[in-house]
Each structure stands twice: as structure tokens, then as C-alpha cells.
Design a protein around this ligand. Structure first.
Ligand SMILES: [Zn+2]
Length: 175
């Protein structure tokens, strides 16, 4: 059975860390095998193709994911920077223009997709939204998200799930 992925992070690199659920409570793996990684890339909109994922590239993806999680939560180890930089500095093919002025669909592979995720993360932590990377305030959830709201006071990964539950709890428990 396919485990559903979550898309509340507002950045692909942040959503990638959510392929482990309930990290602070009872962690579970949403990306159990290489085929799940291929599906994640498609559902994330990073590729339209079914990219082949080897055991090795799957392990590399998991390693990058954990480095990104620690990067976003301020727990970075020196080795994590090496992992992120290894991917972020990897050369990427640029867009190729066709005679009818469209961008040719480039063949993508896992290393290229990991490079895009690492670049997204570097861009995020060095940009104006770096201070807006948050952990969901729900006791039962520890998804990361980037608060892109203007006031910057978002507390929950999603108003439809954790936010709604918190509101219900407040409503039910008058004090
Ligand atoms: Zn949440």
C-alpha cells in the first residue's frame, strides 16, 4: 500500500523532510523503498517521468533528507554540510530551447533531482524566509513548514488538519 506524502512545507526541500512522519513522537518512514522516492519526485512536480532509482541513489536521498532536516532545525553537523554541498554544487543541465520556442523535456535522473532539492535548501536558509522555518505546534505532529504568511504567525503545518484540531480542543476545553 502506498503511504501518502504530505505537502505543507511550501518548499520541495522542506516537504522532502516530511517523508518521515511524526519525527518527534513516533517516527515512521513514508519512503520505504526506491519506488516511493520515484513517486515522491513525481508528486512533488519535480519530474513527469518515472525516474529509475537504484538502492544506492535511494540511500543517498535518505542521507540528504536527514541532513536537510538537521539543517532546517538548527542541528546541523559538519558532515551534513558536506552532504548538502556535495549535491548543491553538482552541475545541472540548463533548459534546452526547441525550434518552436518551448523548453525540451530533459531527461532527469535522481542525482539531478537531489541537486535541485539541495539548491532549494541552500536558497531557503540563506534567504529572507530562513527565519520562517517552523515545526508544527501540534503535540501530535512535527512537520516542518515555511511560514510564508505576511504576519508570520502561522503555528500549524496546516489549518485543515492540526490547526483545526487545536481550535476544536480550545473550543471544547473552557478554562
Ligand atoms: Zn501539523
Amino acid at each position: 500500500m502506498n503511504t501518502r506524502f504530505t505537502w505543507v512545507g511550501s518548499r520541495p526541500s522542506v516537504d522532502f523532510t516530511a517523508t518521515v512522519g511524526k519525527r518527534e513522537q513516533a517516527p515512521f518512514e513514508r519512503m520505504q523503498e526506491p519506488a516511493d522516492l520515484a513517486r515522491w519526485f513525481r508528486e512533488a512536480g519535480l519530474t513527469h517521468d518515472e525516474v529509475p532509482v537504484s538502492r544506492r541513489t535511494y540511500r543517498q536521498a535518505v542521507q540528504l533528507r536527514e541532513a536537510l532536516y538537521r539543517l532546517f532545525t538548527g542541528a546541523t553537523r559538519p558532515a551534513d554540510l558536506d552532504v548538502v554541498n556535495q549535491w548543491s554544487t553538482r552541475p545541472l543541465a540548463g533548459p534546452r530551447l526547441t525550434p518552436d520556442r518551448r523548453v525540451a523535456t530533459a531527461l532527469t535522473d535522481v542525482p539531478e533531482l537531489l541537486s535541485r532539492l539541495a539548491r532549494d535548501a541552500v536558497d531557503l536558509v540563506t534567504g529572507p524566509l530562513a527565519e520562517r522555518i517552523r515545526v508544527c505546534a501540534s503535540d501530535d505532529c512535527s512537520l516542518l513548514f515555511v511560514d510564508t504568511s505576511r504576519p508570520g504567525q502561522r503555528r500549524w503545518c496546516s489549518m485543515n488538519t492540526c490547526g483545526a484540531r487545536a481550535k476544536m480542543a480550545t473550543y471544547r476545553a473552557p478554562d
